[in-house]
Write a protein that binds this ligand. Structure first.
Ligand SMILES: Nc1ncnc2c1ncn2[C@@H]1O[C@H](COP(=O)(O)OP(=O)(O)OP(=O)(O)O)[C@@H](O)[C@H]1O
Length: 259
């Protein structure tokens, strides 16, 4: 990918993370420019979720650095309240969508979406409602504003989760297997919302097992295995001409023979 000279939206340099004896990330370098969409693919256990969780500081890395729009995310120098404040600030700029939607069951759809802007940004009720309705409209669920999560399908819940993440007006969206827990017929409605964000040039990092979607939506695809980036290229190139045996094997298994 041609690199611009502007500050990358997300940048990782030599990121390492271990859990006990297991080194899960073995020195990851990654640069994501503003408005780019990166798909992260790879076998189970290769470290994809750990990578995304580290970017959002849900995991504390052991070595290296992570920058969001030029600001250091990992801050081992900060402790206690100063660290909490820093993390809150970082998380306001990064929306994360998980495999399991984690909506609050006792709040309506609209309240789920408006909770963070009200609590964390101190937005008044009227403005939060306006923003919430705009976002629910965007994910095609304005008519469900007053419904509770228990009455929604999995695909609808995930669309609410996306609206909720967007409510903080983040600079980056991180998707960790957002469609893996959904019945196949519900995947497309969530993919459509993600494609809509891509068209609006939202910067996105997408961990997915859906190769066709990755090929379709992303500017750049990286194949991880064993805690390292084995290959990274444009999806057209990576999916059609994988050069590494490990990538080829994985893609053969998931896509059939390379195109
Ligand atoms: N909190 C944790 N404590 C201990 N080990 C962990 C923890 N989180 C992840 N791991 C281990 O780290 C490795 C990488 O896990 P990770 O979830 O990042 O992989 P993944 O590529 O996202 O896999 P999948 O596609 O199955 O979600 C796995 O061996 C996993 O068991």
């Amino acid at each position: 990918m041609t690199q611009s000279t502007e500050t990358p939206m997300v940048e990782l340099k030599g990121v390492k993370k271990r859990f006990g004896d297991l080194e899960v990330l073995k020195g990851i370098d990654l640069r994501v420019d503003r408005g780019r969409i990166i798909s992260i693919i790879g076998p189970s256990g290769s470290g994809k979720s750990t990578l995304l969780r580290s970017i959002n500081n849900l995991e504390v890395i052991d070595e290296g650095s992570i920058l969001l729009d030029g600001a250091q995310v990992n801050r081992p120098d900060l402790k206690g309240l100063a660290f909490e404040r820093h993390i809150n600030h970082i998380r306001q700029n990064m929306g994360m969508v998980f495999q399991h939607f984690n909506l609050f069951p006792h709040l309506s759809t609209l309240e789920n979406v408006t909770l963070a802007p009200r609590k964390l940004k101190g937005m008044d009720a009227g403005s939060a409602r306006e923003l919430g309705m705009e976002l629910l409209e965007r994910v095609g669920l304005a008519d469900k504003a007053l419904s509770y999560p228990s009455s929604l399908s999995g695909g609808q819940k995930q669309r609410v989760a996306i609206a909720r993440a967007l409510a903080m007006q983040p600079k980056v969206m991180l998707f960790d297997e957002a469609t893996s827990a959904l019945d196949p017929e519900l995947v497309e409605e969530v993919n459509r919302v993600m494609k809509g964000l891509a068209e609006e040039h939202m910067t996105m990092l997408i961990v997915t097992h859906e190769m066709a979607f990755a090929r379709d939506v992303s500017d750049w695809a990286m194949f991880m295995d064993g805690g390292v980036v084995v290959e990274a290229n444009t999806p057209d190139h990576l999916f059609s001409h994988p050069e590494q045996e490990r990538t080829q094997h994985f893609l053969r298994k998931h896509l059939g023979a390379p195109a």
